[in-house]
Design a protein around this ligand. Structure first.
Ligand code: PEP
Length: 250
């Protein structure tokens, strides 16, 4: 069995400048290999690089997404913000919402729910991040936290075909630590069954994110319940990102 219909999402966070564009050349070539026909590769650079990324990648199957958006769809007086409509108009197809680095800055479930609604309205695909902190994990609260984040984040939303969930334990992001395979499989299955009950949707995609790298990907890719990976630090070196994809699909 192959893993070739997986998602690989590069979250560049607040890294990169115009010269980073040159690093896309090799992944553009790589993405044209036959084996990757069903594989979804998505780059989420900072806002400043969205348009250059869209332009550079337009002759490939690689898509581009933003890392956040404002919850209001219309133009408005929100200094420093950009909305889903603006992101869509740049030629992007995805947006990451609910990332723990933004929750840490005060984004709550209610705001995330509004952001998801505004992104769906603009026909963007949403990568909706959820995950527990170390403190919550130690208190055995992982499933309670995930259930709350997911049900609140998806409140009054009935269309799920444009939503992908990324399970990202906060304690794993950037720490080099990943969950035990058995625990991870158990959590992904839990989230899938929660969504099945909530929406009767059978094939919602669940990704894993948190310290994915070229060393641990072999082990992670054996977990069949996972539909792909959201990759931060390791995606900024194109060679490593390609290596992660290769090791998963082979
Ligand atoms: C992330 O921030 O979404 C992430 C997964 O980061 P890292 O891979 O660096 O842990």
């Amino acid at each position: 069995m192959t893993n070739n219909n997986m998602y690989f999402i590069a979250n560049w966070k607040m890294y990169g400048n115009l010269s980073s564009i040159t690093t896309l050349k090799s992944i553009k070539i790589f993405s044209k290999t036959r084996k990757l026909k069903k594989t979804k590769i998505i780059y989420c650079p900072p806002y400043t690089l969205l348009r250059p990324f869209v332009d550079t990648l337009k002759s490939s199957t690689i898509k581009v997404g933003a890392q956040n958006c404002h919850h209001q769809t219309d133009f408005g007086s929100f200094t420093g913000s950009i909305n889903a409509k603006m992101i869509k108009s740049l030629g992007c197809s995805y947006v990451i919402l609910g990332h723990s680095e933004n929750r840490r800055e005060g984004e709550n479930d209610k705001i995330i729910n509004l952001k998801i609604k505004s992104a769906i309205k603009e026909n963007l695909k949403v990568i909706f991040c959820v995950g527990e902190t170390l403190k919550e994990k130690r208190k055995n609260k992982t499933k309670i936290v995930l259930k709350k984040q997911i049900l609140n984040g998806l409140k009054n939303i009935s269309k799920f075909n444009n939503i992908i969930i990324a399970y990202e334990p906060v304690w794993s992001i950037g720490s080099g630590k990943i969950p035990a395979s058995k625990d991870l499989d158990n959590i992904v299955i839990f989230v899938k069954s929660l969504l099945r009950k909530r929406s009767r949707l059978k094939n919602i995609k669940i990704l894993y994110g948190g310290s994915v790298n070229t060393k641990n990907i072999k082990e992670l890719s054996k977990i069949r319940s996972i539909n792909g990976f959201l990759i931060g630090g390791a995606s900024q070196k194109t060679k490593n990102f390609i290596d992660i994809i290769k090791k998963t699909i082979n």
